[in-house]
Structures are given as C-alpha cells and as structure tokens.
Design a protein around this ligand. Structure first.
Ligand code: PEP
Ligand code: MN
Length: 337
C-alpha cells in the first residue's frame, strides 16, 4: 500500500500518519521525491484502507499487490515521463541516446557530437569506466575521459549518458553527467543502486543478462526508494541457449514492463543482438513494440572501435535508424490514439 500525502508534507503530518500505521503494527517508509511525499507500507495490511484518511494531509491511498511498490503501475495514473537535462522521455516523447561504446578521444567525440546534432539527437552515450570480461581489455579513459566528454558535449549542447560502476565514482562523476547508466553487470548491486539514487540524477537501469523482469523491477525500486523517481528501464538482451548472436533481445519485455511499471522503457538493440547487421532491424522492432527510446552504439569508424566494434553502427546506418525509428513511433502513436 502507498499512502500519498499532500506535497510537500510537514514533518508533523508525516509523523502522525506514520504513528497511525505503526500503532497497527504496519511497517512503512517515507519516500520524498521532487513532487510527492509517500508512505510506502511494505509489511502488513491495513484492514480498512479508508481509516488512514482520518489523519490530516492524506491525499490518496493506493492498494498495491505487487511486492515492488513505487515502480508499480498499480498506483500511478498513466505512464511517467522522466526528464534528463531538459529532455523528456516517456509515452509521448520518443528519444535516442547514441554514441560510442567507449570514449576514446576528442576527435571521435567531436565527430559523433556533430552527427547527433545534425540529426536532432539530444543525448550522447559513451563509457569512461568499462566493465570488460577480460582485465586485459581496454577498461575506459576514466575521469579524464569524462572531462573531455563534457567539454565536447557542452560545445554541442548535448547531454551525457555514461556508466558508473561503483559507489566511490559517483561524486567525482556527478557534476559532468546527465544520466547515470547502471550496466547489466551491476543491476543487482544494491549499494550502487541506492547511492546512484541519492545522487538525484536520472538513472538508466539496464536489465542484467539473466535477470528476470520481477528482479529488474525490484532493482528499480531500490533507486526510487531513496527518493529518486527519475528512472528509465533498459532492455539490453538476455542470455539464452541461442549462440548465433551475442544476446537475445527480449522484445516481450518492453510491453510487459510497461504494463507492470509506470517507468519509461528504453531498448538497447546494440547489446541486444550484438551484430551490426541486425541492430537497425532489432531497434525498429523495439520501437514497434512500444519502446520510449533507443540506446545505440555508433562510431565514426566502427571497425576501429576499442570496444563492441561488431555491434557498432556506421553513421549512415544510424541515420536510417533515427529516421525509421521516428516514423515507426509516429505510426504507433497514430494507431493507439
Ligand atoms: C554498454 O552500454 O556499453 C554496456 C557495457 O552495456 P551492458 O551493461 O548492457 O552490457
Ligand atoms: Mn558496449
């Protein structure tokens, strides 16, 4: 159950409602976001949910049968829009986040930034801390790379999406980041989820390669639970018995997540299939299925990319995906409304 208070709620109002619930042996947690004050009842049931209305400042009471509460679609009216650096993501705002797998240097960043600007893409991705299967592979340019990334992004008025791998990196990165990406390998790093939530910055949370959707939504709950509702869920392919491609993009997940959660759902066809030849097709399939945005790896010279070169698009392919994606999204909107 979620008890929604009129926002902002005073500490007296929060205290009185909390005492009311605790007297009935219910356990609750207060969660304050930028525009809501919520008491999340996570243990026990109120026999008569209307009884809490006798406390002052109660705006609404929502019964939620899902184990995850804040991210559940059972209480929010409609789907949420998340704003990152003035760019809206959500049901009526389809967006692209594109860029290299890894930040490699100024020339590469400049070329990508120019391409994105000329195609009206507002957010650029690029990793400076890279989770690599082998410790001998390129592991990213670190904070120096992020500084460079920020300089180039600022020159072109672009937002930055980049992965944070550990709690200790957050403070040093935050001033130069617009969206923190939590990578697949860290989906269930609960300390990192809470810490990134507390940073207050928007979070792009990737599903892990073997994470169920139920687990995925619980992970998003960790971020929301500390007061950060700026969360985008990202389907990036899962491990299956199929070895023909890197991962199996789970197109089902898009529609399913949007039915269970109010959060925007982004698709990453690059990691989802892992082969350049198929990224545009899988990306368009994701848009047709309802994705609110696409995260895509591109590079001025994909064949020289230091990481994930096999799945990285040439600019002309990226341009086709941008154009096609926008058309598919418009068609979907027209079909639904
Ligand atoms: C990436 O976006 O480059 C990345 C490492 O993604 P994932 O965590 O989905 O493997
Ligand atoms: Mn990558």
């Amino acid at each position: 159950m979620i008890v929604q208070l009129h926002h902002p709620a005073s500490s007296e109002v929060i205290g009185e409602a909390t005492r009311f619930l605790e007297a009935l042996k219910l356990k609750c947690r207060t969660v304050c976001t930028a525009d809501s004050t919520l008491l999340v009842v996570h243990s026990g049931q109120l026999q008569d949910p209307r009884s809490i209305r006798q406390c002052p400042g109660v705006r609404d009471v929502h019964h939620i049968s899902d184990e995850f509460k804040l991210v559940s679609s059972q209480w929010k009216q409609g789907r949420s829009t998340v704003t990152a650096r003035g760019v809206d993501f959500g049901p009526n705002h389809f967006q692209f986040m594109m860029g290299p797998c890894s930040v490699e240097g100024e020339e590469q960043l400049e070329a990508v930034a120019k391409f994105l600007k000329s195609h009206d893409v507002a957010l650029m991705r690029g990793g400076v801390f890279k989770p690599r299967s082998s410790p001998y592979s390129f592991r990213g340019m670190g904070l120096d790379g992020l500084k460079l990334f920020r300089e180039v992004a600022d020159r072109h008025d672009l937002g930055i999406v980049t992965e944070v791998m550990e709690v200790a990196q957050i403070d040093a990165m935050a001033k130069n980041v617009d969206v923190f990406q939590i990578g697949a390998r860290n989906m269930q790093n609960f300390n990192l989820l809470e810490a990134v939530g507390k940073s207050g910055l928007p979070v792009l949370l990737k599903r892990s390669m073997s994470g169920t959707l139920e687990e995925f939504l619980h992970c998003a709950e960790y971020v929301y639970n500390v007061g950060n509702d700026k969360i985008m869920l990202c389907e990036r392919g899962i491990r299956t018995f199929e070895g023909a491609y890197r991962n199996t993009f789970d197109v089902n997940a898009i529609s399913y997540l949007q039915s269970r959660s109010h959060l925007p759902v982004i698709a990453d066809p690059s990691h989802g299939v892992g082969l350049r030849r198929h990224v545009v097709d899988v990306g368009l399939a994701a848009v047709a299925a309802g994705a609110d945005g696409l995260l895509v790896e591109i590079h001025p010279q994909p064949d020289t990319a230091v990481s994930d070169r096999n799945q990285t698009l040439y600019f002309d392919q990226a341009a086709r995906l941008i154009e096609g994606g926008r058309q598919f999204h418009a068609l979907r909107q027209a079909m639904i409304h």
